[in-house]
Design a binder for this molecule. Structure first.
Ligand SMILES: [Fe+2]
Length: 379
């Protein structure tokens, strides 16, 4: 299968994966099912819901399989429950009770069980893109990323549990921030910024006596930076809670790879470059070393442009070097070329990936995608 961005979807292409909506009003709705042949109405529906793209069947890339990072049912059930908890928090002016903690604790246990025994712990950003900017969606993503990073770091199950709870609740304080401030497209005033900056402390206050002191410190400090330039206290490296340091990386990664009312999402490779550039100033270097093992710069099935001018599709990623995947060359006449292992192939030592090649129009790729049209004709 191939990941095709929405503006390049064409009638006749066949969906290789279900498209599920996880928005606020259309919660957990199956928009289109795997095997569906796209027509103009379906493409308009995808564009209407702001969905970035879809996995499409292609004979030349039939060996590329993209599994969901966590079970779709678990994700839908978790989001439904987290959404309720977040909106109840908002309606009850910030009250949380012990049964809510129990409910969230059970979600975290399910996530740990799912992630702990996964063969391939590489987070596919396409699975978790937020096309709406709801805080509860972001919190689930941060919990999943944090648990995955914690597994790579070799943390015990009880520590993973604390980390997951911290992730699920880390931004609940934002539910008390007026939405006009939260989603303001322009620059925040000093006063507005102060309101935003209060969200970690407000959340920790409401959770007092309900969660462990480590979880409270993690939530309170998830915007602190090693060099002391973070908030709310401007704490420096040794004074920042360890879970908070993990949350900080995952929080920024998910926020920047998701659309916000005031900006479009960045590609994962761009975000990784930004995050690595903040090693030792904002983020803990050792944590980053593990974080980059569980994410990918170039998701499988997506197009990349090479420094030699060629176009290719990502076939496989290596956790030990996320910027040098196994790729399949797409020739300029639209035929599919050889597989090239950027990590080991000496012929390609001086060739780098220069861009996510989402814009393949005019590259001859129509020929590659012809297979999906042919499949439609066979139908
Ligand atoms: Fe936050």
């Amino acid at each position: 299968m191939l990941f095709i961005t929405n503006k390049h979807l064409k009638p006749g292409m066949i969906l290789a994966k279900d498209i599920v909506l996880y928005g606020n009003s259309n919660f957990n709705t199956l928009l289109l099912t795997k095997g569906q042949v796209l027509n103009n109405t379906f493409i308009k529906r995808i564009l209407y819901h702001n969905i970035e793209g879809a996995y499409i069947e292609s004979e030349a890339f039939a060996d590329i399989k993209v599994d969901s990072y966590i079970d779709d049912k678990l994700k839908a059930e978790s989001l439904t429950q987290i959404k309720d908890v977040y909106y109840n928090f908002q309606m009850s002016s910030g009250k949380i009770n012990a049964s809510t903690i129990k409910q969230m604790s059970s979600i975290v246990n399910d996530l740990i069980t799912e992630l702990l025994y996964k063969d391939d712990l590489t987070y596919n950003v396409i699975d978790f893109k937020n096309f709406d900017s709801y805080t509860f969606q972001h919190c689930l993503n941060v919990a999943i990323l944090s648990i995955s990073t914690g597994i790579s770091l070799g943390l015990s199950e009880s520590k993973l549990h604390d980390l997951g709870i911290s992730g699920l609740f880390h931004d609940i304080g934002k539910m008390s921030v007026p939405v006009e401030i939260l989603n303001k497209p322009g620059k925040l005033t000093e006063e507005e910024y102060e309101i935003i900056k209060a969200h970690p402390i407000n959340a920790a206050k409401q959770l007092q006596n309900l969660v462990s002191s480590d979880v409270l410190r993690a939530i309170e400090s998830h915007h602190e930076k090693l060099d002391g330039t973070g908030y709310p206290y401007g704490r420096t490296a040794n004074n920042i809670n360890y879970y908070a340091k993990i949350l900080a990386v995952c929080d920024v990664y998910d926020a920047l790879t998701s659309d916000r009312p005031y900006r479009k999402s960045a590609f994962p490779n761009e975000v990784i470059e930004y995050i690595m550039g903040c090693a030792d100033t904002h983020f803990d270097y050792e944590i980053l070393q593990h974080f980059i093992k569980i994410i990918v710069a170039y998701p499988i099935g997506t197009f990349v442009k090479l420094s030699n001018g060629k176009l290719a599709v990502v076939v496989k990623n290596y956790p030990e070097n996320i910027i040098r995947p196994l790729i399949r060359i797409v020739n300029s006449d639209g035929t599919v070329g050889e597989d090239v292992d950027l990590l080991y192939d000496k012929r390609y030592m001086n060739v780098t990936i220069v861009d996510m090649g989402y814009d393949y129009e005019g590259s001859g790729l129509a020929g590659v995608l012809k297979s999906s049209y042919d499949m439609k004709i066979k139908l």
